[in-house]
Design a protein around this ligand. Structure first.
Ligand code: FAD
Ligand code: DLZ
Ligand code: SF4
Length: 507
C-alpha cells in the first residue's frame, strides 16, 4: 500500500494533518508548482515568488527530515499545470493506492478534490486543517440560530477556550477589548522601525528569475524581495515584531503615513497564511511580552484579537457561507474596477499612496485596505467580483478563505450585514484624521462639494442616497439619513451633480 501525501503551497507546516502517521520509508510526499494556481487570477509577482521559494525551502526541509519528496517544478516540461494533473501523474509513476491531503483553503480547490477519488480510482482522505483554532464544525455550531454574527462574542469564547489573557474566567485587565485606546492619529516625527528583511538566497534568486521571465505581465514589482522563506526565518520575523513593533502596535493600529507602508503592524500574515508560522505561537509570544512587562495591554490584546478573533472568525464564516457567499451583491453594484487600481494613476493622494505601496510590496495594512481602497470601491459601487479579484491578486497574504469575507463582508457589505453591523463607509475626514495623505493631495478634504472637493465627501452621501432602500432601516445608519434630509436642497443637488460627474469620469 503506497500513500501519496499532497502538500499545497499554503500548507508549509510540519505539523500539517496530512503528515500525521506518515511512514517516511514508504509514503510519497507530493508538492507541485502548477501554472493554474499562479494564473487562475494573475497574482502579484512577489506573491508567486514568495510562495514558490517557501515551497522549495520547505521541500528541502522535509527531505532533510527523511521524507521522500516528489517535487514538481513549474518549468518541468512534463508539468501538467494543475493539482489534479500532477496527482494523476504521480499515482501512475509511484503506483499509489491512496491519497491523504489536508483540506485546502479555497472552495474551488476542495470542490475539485472531492471528485478525485472517483475520477482517479484511488481513495482520497481529506483531513481537517488543525492549524486553525476553531474548526469549521465548531464555528457552524456557534453560528447556528444567530441572524447576525458578531466577531466580538466569538472572540470572547475563543479567549476562554484557549485561556488567553485570562484571569480565571475574567479578562486580564478587566476589559475584553481595548480598541478605544487604539485609534491614535499619526504624530509627526513618529519613528517607525525598519521592517524584517531577509536577503534572497540561491533558491529565492532562482525563483525570482523564473517569475520575472514567466509572469512578466502580472501586476507588481518583484524586487526588492525581503520575505522570510523558511520556518526559521519566519520565527525571526515574529521575534523582530514582538521586540520592535508590538509595544506601539495598538496606539497606531489605524494610522497611515505617506512613505511608511509598514507602520507598527506585524507583517506576519504572509507566514501565518502559508503555514510557516502557527497562530498559537504568535499569540503566546505576544501574551508573554505582556506578562514580562514588555508591551502594554492595549497593544497585546489588540494583536491577539486580530489572530484569535478576526482571523478565525473570517475563516469560519467563509466555510459556513460558501459557495453562495461569492455571489452576494446586496447593493447590486455593477461598476467596473477603475484602471487606476492597477496603475496608481489618480489625483486622489490616499489611493495613489496605497496602490503604489501595494504594487511595491504586495502588502498594505488593514486600514489602508479597508478605509481607503475598500471604502472607495464601496462608495462608487464597484462590482464585488472585480473588487474580490483585485484583492486576491495584489496581496501576498491573499487566499480566498480570508480575502473574500474581508472584501465582500467587511468592505462591500455584500452580505447585507451578516458580518458587519453597518457598512464601513466614510468621507474624507476619517482619512484626514488617521493619515497625512490629505496634505499632499490636489483635492481639499475640508471642501464638501465643488471641483476641488475631496471626492470621498460627496461620494459618501451619494452612496447613502443611492442605497437608501437597503440601508434606511439599519439603526446604525439612520441618523446619517436624518442629517442628509436636513441639508439644503442646493447642497443635495451639488452632491448629486458632483458625484454624477465624478462617477462618469471613472469609466
Ligand atoms: P496585523 O495588523 O499585524 O495583524 C496581525 C494578524 O492578524 C495578521 O497577520 C492576520 O493574520 C490577522 N488579521 C488581522 N485582521 C484580520 C482580518 N480582518 N481577517 C483575517 N485576519 C486578520 N488578511 C489576509 O491575511 N489575507 C487577505 O487576503 C486579506 N484581505 C483583506 C482585504 C480587505 C479589504 C481587508 C479590509 C482586510 C484584509 N485582510 C486580509 C485582513 C488584514 O488587513 C490583514 O490580515 C493584515 O493587513 C495583514 O497585515 P499584518 O500581518 O501586518 O497584520
Ligand atoms: C497561490 C499559489 C501559487 C501562486 N502557486 C502555487 C503552486 O504552484 N502550488 C501550490 O501548491 N500552491 C500554490 N499556491 C497556493 C494555492 O493557490 C493554495 O494552496 C490553494 O488556493 C488552496 O488554498
Ligand atoms: Fe484622499 Fe480626499 Fe484626502 Fe485627497 S483629500 S488624500 S482624496 S481623503
Amino acid at each position: 500500500m503506497t500513500t501519496l501525501r499532497l502538500i499545497l503551497g499554503d500548507q508549509l507546516s510540519t505539523s500539517i494533518s496530512s503528515l500525521n502517521d506518515c511512514d517516511k520509508a514508504k509514503d510519497i510526499i507530493l508538492m507541485c508548482e502548477v501554472w493554474q494556481e499562479a494564473t487562475y487570477v494573475k497574482h502579484h509577482k512577489k506573491k508567486i515568488a514568495f510562495l514558490l521559494s517557501a515551497m522549495r525551502h520547505f521541500a528541502e526541509e522535509l527531505k532533510h527530515a527523511g521524507y521522500q519528496v516528489c517535487y514538481r517544478y513549474l518549468d518541468d516540461d512534463s508539468n501538467t499545470g494543475s493539482f489534479r494533473g500532477e496527482v494523476e501523474r504521480t499515482i501512475e509513476e509511484y503506483s499509489i493506492d491512496q491519497i491523504v491531503v489536508t483540506e485546502p483553503g479555497e472552495y474551488r480547490v476542495l470542490d475539485d478534490m472531492e471528485t478525485w477519488s472517483k475520477a482517479l480510482g484511488v481513495s482520497v482522505e481529506i483531513r481537517a486543517d488543525s492549524r486553525f483554532l476553531c474548526s469549521a464544525d465548531d464555528f457552524t455550531n456557534w453560528a447556528r440560530g444567530r441572524k447576525q454574527l458578531r466577531m466580538e462574542y466569538f472572540y470572547r469564547e475563543m479567549r476562554k477556550q484557549y485561556a488567553v489573557l485570562m484571569d480565571g474566567d475574567q479578562p486580564i485587565g478587566g476589559q475584553w477589548n481595548y480598541d478605544a485606546d487604539n485609534r491614535k492619529p499619526p504624530k509627526s516625527g513618529l519613528s517607525v522601525p525598519p521592517h524584517y528583511n531577509n536577503e534572497p538566497d540561491v533558491i529565492s534568486e532562482t525563483v525570482i528569475g523564473l517569475v520575472a521571465e514567466r509572469f512578466d505581465e502580472h501586476f507588481g514589482d518583484i524586487m526588492p524581495f525581503y520575505f522570510a522563506v523558511t520556518r526559521q526565518q519566519a520565527l525571526q520575523a515574529l521575534e523582530h515584531f514582538i521586540a520592535e513593533r508590538l509595544p506601539t502596535f495598538g496606539d497606531y493600529q489605524d494610522a497611515m503615513l505617506e512613505g511608511e507602508p509598514w507602520m507598527y503592524h506585524s507583517h506576519l500574515s504572509f507566514y501565518l497564511n502559508c503555514g510557516l508560522l502557527l497562530p498559537l505561537e504568535c499569540i503566546a509570544a505576544a501574551e508573554e511580552a505582556y506578562l514580562d512587562g514588555d508591551a502594554p495591554i492595549n497593544a497585546v490584546e489588540g494583536f491577539i484579537r486580530q489572530i484569535l478573533g478576526w482571523r478565525e472568525y473570517i475563516r469560519g464564516l467563509y466555510w459556513l457561507m460558501m459557495p453562495d457567499y461569492a455571489e452576494l451583491n446586496f447593493f447590486n453594484a455593477t461598476r467596473p474596477l477603475p484602471d487606476f487600481y492597477w496603475s496608481a494613476d489618480t489625483k486622489m493622494n490616499c489611493l495613489k499612496q496605497c496602490i503604489t505601496e501595494t504594487q511595491q510590496h504586495a502588502y498594505a495594512h488593514h486600514i489602508q485596505r479597508l478605509m481607503v481602497l475598500g471604502n472607495f470601491a464601496l462608495l462608487t459601487g464597484i462590482t464585488p467580483q472585480e473588487v474580490n479579484d483585485w484583492f486576491l491578486i495584489v496581496y501576498a497574504d491573499a487566499y480566498e478563505w480570508v480575502e473574500l469575507p474581508n472584501v465582500s463582508g467587511m468592505v462591500l457589505f455584500s452580505d447585507g450585514g451578516y458580518l458587519a453591523s453597518k457598512p464601513y463607509a466614510a468621507g474624507g475626514s476619517y482619512i484626514n484624521k488617521m493619515s497625512n495623505y490629505c496634505q499632499g493631495c490636489q483635492y481639499k478634504v475640508t471642501q464638501k462639494t465643488g471641483s476641488d472637493a475631496c471626492p470621498f465627501n460627496y461620494l459618501y452621501w451619494d452612496f447613502l442616497v443611492r442605497n437608501r432602500a437597503q440601508l434606511q432601516t439599519n439603526q446604525r445608519v439612520s441618523m446619517m439619513y436624518r442629517n442628509y434630509d436636513r441639508m439644503k436642497p442646493e447642497i443635495k443637488q451639488a452632491i448629486a451633480d458632483d458625484s454624477q460627474q465624478f462617477l462618469a469620469s471613472l469609466s
